[in-house]
Design a protein around this ligand. Structure first.
Ligand code: ADP
Ligand code: MG
Length: 341
């Protein structure tokens, strides 16, 4: 057997934990009394703070392809959870990792996964404090990461609070990830640099943690959500929680140059994919026009572009929650976003 073919059985459950996951206890993360190695971890949340906690499960064949680079998958596993904490404005600290692995999983795969996860943990000062490692005979790999962070008491940003008249703000660019997935699946033929850019955006999100924390501190955001199910769907979720509707100007949508080139080359019908595709891991938030002067320096400090794409309005019965127009004309797109069931 070559080193590449060797399976995780060669290390065993405890070898995997000791050699691959115990090293991911990033030093210097506050509040870790006891990490990996006992029956449970012991943490001390800061006294004036609240615990903000989220979990995400990635299923082979559903959330990632079997041939996805395990190093990128390791990074993405933390990044998608960080995006949820960013939407709440929380500072991330501690993670738990549950892995269900087929016994034939290559050791190389596990090492690369741990290397990617470790890199993301160090980048965002997150300590892995525990988890569970089991084998599965029911098919593919299942990865669950639970991420905990802190926010000042009563300060976490939520989906509720957008008010008619508020601006609809969006970070970064929307739709790259959905196009990147289409490229990987062979449904879209993008060229050279564009193909690389779009697939990178799909495989490696940039969670807006730094801006999220600053938005919470500045207390200028009335409601916030991260875009995982699709721009239109997640804007809809925020509207529903806030009891408002949204009026978006399609011409103000932040599409990347690479995404715009695909619209030109492959047809404007791809805009529906941009608006409803999902996995952007950008933030949508509501803010008054008057808060704009406070937002601008935060965007500069965190190098996060923010675009105003429209306004929240009163909800009206029988009208869609999210209206995206171009020159007065209502765009048609799938507003449902991703749903498992
Ligand atoms: P128990 O059987 O008491 O639940 P385990 O033997 O499953 O404990 O785990 C031993 C230790 O290793 C615990 O601290 C647990 O949190 C940690 N651990 C297990 N799997 C992982 C993993 N994939 N990543 C990080 N820590 C893990
Ligand atoms: Mg035990």
């Amino acid at each position: 057997m070559t080193a590449r073919q060797e399976s995780i059985a060669s290390l065993g459950e405890f070898g995997l934990i000791r050699e691959l996951f115990a090293p991911l206890q990033t030093p210097g993360v506050p509040g870790v009394v006891l990490g990996i190695g006992d029956d449970a971890a012991v943490l001390t949340p800061a006294r004036t703070q609240e615990l903000v906690i989220t979990t995400d499960t990635l299923v082979e064949g559903m959330h990632f392809a079997a041939d996805m680079d395990p190093y990128l998958l390791g990074r993405k596993t933390l990044l998608v959870n960080l995006s949820d904490l960013a939407a709440m404005g929380a500072t991330p600290h501690w993670a738990l990792l549950s892995l269900a692995l087929p016994p034939a999983t290559a050791l190389h795969w596990a090492k690369e996964f741990a290397r990617g996860l470790g890199e993301a943990c160090r980048t965002f000062s997150v300590a892995l404090v525990g988890g569970d490692t089991v084998s599965t005979t029911h098919g593919g790999t299942v990865i669950t990461l639970t991420l905990m962070g802190m926010a000042g008491q009563g300060r976490a940003m939520t989906r509720k609070g957008a008010t008619p008249g508020d601006l609809i703000c969006v970070t970064g660019t929307i739709g790259d990830s959905a196009l990147g997935l289409a490229v990987r699946q062979g449904r879209l033929k993008a060229e050279g640099d564009d193909a690389v850019f779009l697939t990178d955006r799909h495989q490696l999100p940039s969670p807006r943690v730094a801006l999220g924390v600053k938005l919470l501190d500045a207390a200028i955001v009335r409601a916030c959500i991260d875009v995982s199910d699709g721009f239109a769907a997640d804007l809809g979720h925020l509207c529903e929680a806030s009891g408002v509707a949204a009026e978006v100007d399609a011409d103000r949508m932040p599409y990347s140059p690479a995404a715009r080139r695909q619209l030109t080359r492959h047809g404007p019908e791809w805009e529906s994919t941009l608006l409803s595709g999902g996995e952007d891991y950008e933030l949508i938030f509501a803010m008054t026009e008057g808060a704009m002067e406070f937002l601008t320096p935060l965007c500069e400090e965190t190098k996060t572009p923010v675009t105003v794409v429209g306004r929240f309005i009163e909800a009206a019965t029988g009208e869609p929650r999210v209206r995206i127009r171009r020159g007065g004309e209502l765009l048609r797109f799938s507003q449902e976003g991703w749903r498992h069931f």
